[in-house]
Design a protein around this ligand. Structure first.
Ligand SMILES: Cc1cc2nc3c(=O)[nH]c(=O)nc-3n(C[C@H](O)[C@H](O)[C@H](O)COP(=O)(O)OP(=O)(O)OC[C@H]3O[C@@H](n4cnc5c(N)ncnc54)[C@H](O)[C@@H]3O)c2cc1C
Length: 510
């Protein structure tokens, strides 16, 4: 073995898995070919953990600590560093040549960070290898006239074949002789919070990480103009035990969850996926795979492989399977949209709505927003949905659509505030899907549709006819007589005015 003056670094970000992990597979190949050792590292990025407006909520912090701890068990040694990645790589590469292997991240902050790290590493004679991962299809996909797609159906048509034929990497077998077991000569990174652990201590690592990152649950709105302490605002919130009962935090458990879905539920997916009532038992009728995809416990490619292995490649002949694959392609679509339009995180996608919607003025908006967060709007289906989010860190897709429409249309609150709250609370947060969902709810996003105003009573009647979802999520002391913050017909007229629609125009309620 060579000395540690030259090292391979496998930089884990959102790819906590052995199956279909391009960066890990290639890091091992490179280390073997060059007789080098690998140091697997995970960086708790200070910039994301500081008390700022990109704060991540307690549920996701807890999930992260469990996931890192579980994944670390695969390696003889595993390093968790806290701080700015740029600074950390500057220090590590100061006295040695490093070859960094990592899976590509396509969010704006990450693209910028990776460009900077690449420059640092290459300046010090090392190399930086980034592998396509989170977006399965090509970012270069274009319409026939060479434009970037802005509508989902033609995008799906263009990428479906590519998505179905994409190849996955084999499951990695870790050869421990290539994993750096004693970080000799790396004392300098101890100062940065270096952790060197063995199998017996991995639980301790989980506790340590959680303690290190369990910061105040603060929500920042309007780039910090308003600051809300969520622990004071929201009475019923999830606890680590509830999250443990509800969620999986390892690749093995995640795959088991998905395989059970493919066996038992996939063939009824299209007809049952929208029902809130059916979401109340037997872990619902959707896959609950969003947390696994968010952290890379599984890749979209592997999900596709598991489906094809069981049901074959002719997905268009089965509407349920086709619909599920289409949902995975919605995820691709929103990532593609964000990749090409990073400004959408703060700005309406459709130009005609940029700075043209007059939201309710701040103080009134804050009052309405707080009630929405607390599940006290008086619209029962909204209140149940917000309690589902607050108690479990997850919300059914139909509910996400309802609460987004009600916050923006009925309550007249800026969609960015809703996006911020979801960012803090969701355990499955994906910036691109969250933004796509919020802009869809506010009718300002890509895949332009007529402005839809959801009627919470119709939605409840259609998707939770017997009230099972309300029974499950409304707290015992819920005031069933609570009047809505804004009566729906009035809210509807106000929304029309806000969007520049004629009061007498004939849009129907959804
Ligand atoms: C306002 C709003 C915010 C949202 N925020 C997020 C988010 O932060 N993270 C997230 O993963 N999804 C988000 N979604 C999309 C969707 O609600 C979730 O992906 C879905 O509820 C996750 O549950 P599931 O895994 O059981 O979904 P399934 O129905 O089993 O779908 C399988 C997978 O397909 C993808 N998918 C399904 N529906 C959508 C969709 N509408 N848009 C994009 N991808 C989709 C997801 O990766 C999902 O895990 C949001 C939707 C809305 C309306």
């Amino acid at each position: 073995m060579s000395t540690q003056t030259e090292l391979v670094i496998y930089w884990i970000r959102r790819d906590f898995r052995l199956t279909d992990n391009p960066a890990l597979s290639e890091a091992i190949n490179f280390a073997k070919a060059n007789n080098l050792q690998i140091l697997p590292i995970f960086i708790l990025d200070g910039g994301l953990l500081d008390d700022n407006n990109w704060n991540i909520g307690r549920g996701r912090r807890y999930a992260l600590s469990q996931i890192v701890g579980n994944f670390s068990k695969h390696f003889a040694s595993f390093s968790v560093l806290v701080g700015s990645p740029q600074e950390i790589f500057k220090k590590i590469s100061k006295d040695r040549v490093i070859h960094v292997f990592t899976n590509e991240d396509i969010e704006p902050y990450s693209i910028q960070r990776d460009t900077e790290v690449k420059n640092i590493v290459e300046k010090n004679k090392g190399s930086f290898h980034s592998f396509k991962d989170q977006l399965t299809v090509s970012t270069q996909t274009r319409t026939g006239s060479g434009n970037i797609y802005s509508v989902f159906s033609p995008f799906r048509k263009a990428v479906l074949e590519e998505f179905m034929n994409v190849k996955s990497y084999e499951k990695v077998q870790i050869d421990h002789s290539f994993i750096l077991s004693k970080p000799e000569g790396l004392e300098l990174i101890k100062d940065l919070g270096f952790e060197h652990i063995d199998y017996a201590r991995f639980d301790e690592l989980q506790d340590k990480i959680f303690a290190a990152i369990d910061k105040p649950n603060t929500l920042y709105l309007d780039q910090g103009k308003h600051k809300l302490n969520i622990d004071e605002l929201v009475e019923y919130q999830y606890s680590p035990t509830e999250l443990d009962n509800e969620w999986y935090f390892s690749e093995e458990e995640c795959l088991a969850e998905f395989e059970a879905f493919v066996d038992d539920k996939l063939l009824k997916y299209k007809e049952k996926r929208d029902s809130l009532e059916l979401d109340t038992y037997n872990r619902g009728q959707t896959s609950k795979i969003s947390l696994g995809l968010k952290w890379g416990l599984v890749s979209a490619r592997t999900l596709k492989d598991l489906i094809v292995n069981k049901y074959g490649t002719k997905i268009s002949s089965n509407q349920n399977i086709f619909h599920f694959i289409s949902e995975l392609i919605w995820r691709e679509f929103y990532r593609y949209v964000l990749y090409h339009n990073p400004e959408v995180l703060n700005q309406e996608y459709q130009e005609k709505f940029q700075n043209s919607i007059t939201w309710v003025e701040d103080q009134e908006a804050l009052e309405r927003f707080k009630k929405w967060c607390q599940g006290k709007t008086g619209y029962k289906v909204v209140d149940a949905a917000m309690n589902q989010l607050n108690k479990s860190g997850w919300m059914h897709n139909r509910s996400r659509m309802i609460v987004a429409s009600i916050l923006t249309k009925n309550l007249g609150v800026d969609w960015r505030w809703g996006q911020d709250y979801f960012r803090l609370m969701l355990v499955d947060l994906e910036e691109a899907s969250n933004n796509g969902g919020w802009q869809w709810g506010a009718s300002t996003g890509a895949d332009q549709k007529p402005i839809r105003i959801f009627n919470p009573y119709l939605q409840q009647e259609k998707y939770d006819k017997k009230g099972a979802y309300l029974q499950q999520w409304l707290p015992q002391n819920y005031n069933w007589e609570l009047k809505p913050i804004v009566e729906h017909t009035k809210a509807r007229d106000e929304a029309k005015a806000r969007y520049g629609l004629d009061k007498n125009s004939s849009e129907r309620d959804y």
